[in-house]
Design a binder for this molecule. Structure first.
Ligand SMILES: *Cc1c(COP(=O)(O)O)cnc(C)c1O
Length: 409
């Protein structure tokens, strides 16, 4: 494709939709196909990842009605905290380990007690969290583990017995997201995974109890997915992604620039057959897409590693994450801000993962606890992301490298 003057790159390497994804015959069966692809014989399709979390929490409430607290990493998607509040439960915020998004083990041990309903072990940016740690500590206090794999659909990790398994299957309940920007998209959608029969039954029951028909909303989502198919390309992303981003930056609205502004509601409804059908067809291309993004990320990392002082979050031994974008960690907030200033809004796919640590979101202030959380706040202030787009040219990458070098000099 020719590089257009106003080309805009996406912040994540989403799988583009194709027109023939929408052609009849339309069939249900996306959840089953996605589950099979992940190596499971069971999954429930939900209207979003947040909806999946709401249903998971309501299901766990029926299994352990006296427990009220849900332990969250203090650096995660604010919608996770919204889901906990929506379920009438209390988020318990756990600080992260230094320079990382995952739980600090000692802090996590201190957060788990007889009131713990669940620990939400969270894979971010395609990188893999220590689910075994969460399982150990949750088991010790009698709580459940929810594995938030919203940013890691298709990531794999090696079990204690040496087999490679998909993320989302190691906890009691796994949650995936198919919202736009997460890789594979239904524009909005989510998946619930579980292994134990009684947990599956509780999830099924909770979904049937809470789900409502929303035909107009479903129509809107179908049109939005068609819009995604039409506009997810450099020539048009400037209109739907770049222009609102630059407006948000101009008025200093970081949360809007990042895209994690509050949502008005958490609709729980059934995904329509058109979107399911399109999703199932996109799923057939997803493995090849993951392989291509993995190769591109390897090449990108080689160039980024030449920048002194820059750290890239990587997979550890026994982890094979996904690479929709790269999460970059700088030594201090000043350097992060200096690096991002010339890049954010430049159409190169650089942005931040989340605007803040959880208690610092205005919409959550006063509704959740606000302990010190020094590591989660430091992580929020020192990180930026770079989209791993197939449309990123060497000239664009040079601009990224120049900005990073200047900021770290
Ligand atoms: C996006 C996201 C969610 C919510 O998923 P939606 O499908 O957007 O509702 C939950 N957790 C994490 C870590 C996310 O990134």
């Amino acid at each position: 494709m020719m590089a257009l003057p106003h080309a805009e790159l996406p912040p994540t390497a989403g799988l583009p939709a194709r027109w023939r994804d929408f052609a009849p015959p339309w069939r249900r069966g996306f959840a089953r196909a996605a589950a099979a692809w992940l190596g499971s014989d069971w999954a429930l399709l939900t209207s979003s990842g947040t909806a999946a979390l709401c249903i998971a929490l309501q299901a766990l409430k029926t299994l352990a009605p006296r427990r009220r607290q849900v332990v969250l990493p203090a650096y995660t998607c604010p919608l996770v905290a919204e889901a906990v509040l929506h379920a009438g439960l209390t988020p318990r915020l756990c600080d992260t380990r230094p320079g990382h998004f995952d739980f600090d083990p000692a802090q996590l041990a201190g957060c788990c007690d007889a009131d713990t309903l669940a620990v939400v072990s969270t894979h971010l940016a395609g990188r893999i969290a220590d689910v075994a740690l969460a399982r150990r500590l949750a088991a010790a206090c009698g709580g459940f583990v929810i594995e938030d794999a919203a940013q890691a659909f298709g990531a794999r990790m090696r079990d204690a017995d040496g087999t490679w398994r998909s993320v989302g299957l190691a906890g009691d309940i796994g949650v995936c997201s198919f919202s736009a920007g997460k890789g594979l998209t239904l524009y909005e959608g989510g998946l619930l995974l579980a292994r134990a029969a009684h947990v599956r039954a509780a999830l099924q029951e909770a979904q049937e109890r809470l789900q409502r028909p929303r035909p107009l909303l479903e129509l809107r989502r179908s049109l939005q997915l068609l819009g995604y198919a039409a506009l997810y390309r450099p020539a048009t992303l400037g209109v739907v992604y770049g222009a609102p981003l630059r407006r948000a930056l101009a008025r200093g609205d970081v949360a809007a620039a990042v895209g994690d502004r509050p949502r008005r509601e958490i609709p729980l409804h059934r995904v329509g057959v058109l979107r399911e059908s399109a999703g199932a067809r996109a799923l057939q291309r997803y493995r090849v897409h993951l392989e291509a993004t993995c190769r591109r990320a390897a090449a990108l990392r080689v160039q980024l590693h030449t920048v002194p002082g820059l750290r890239i979050l990587e997979d550890a031994e026994g982890q094979r994450g996904i690479w929709m974008f790269l999460l970059l960690h700088l030594p201090d907030p000043r350097a992060r801000d200096a690096a991002l200033a010339p890049l954010w809004g430049a159409g190169l796919g650089a942005t931040r993962l989340f605007a803040h640590a959880l208690p610092d979101y205005p919409q959550l202030r006063g509704r959740i606890e606000s302990p010190p959380l020094p590591q989660a706040r430091a992580f929020a202030a020192r990180t930026l992301t770079l989209g791993n787009s197939a449309w990123l040219r060497q000239s664009g990458l040079e601009r990224v490298l120049t900005a990073l070098r200047a900021a770290l000099a």
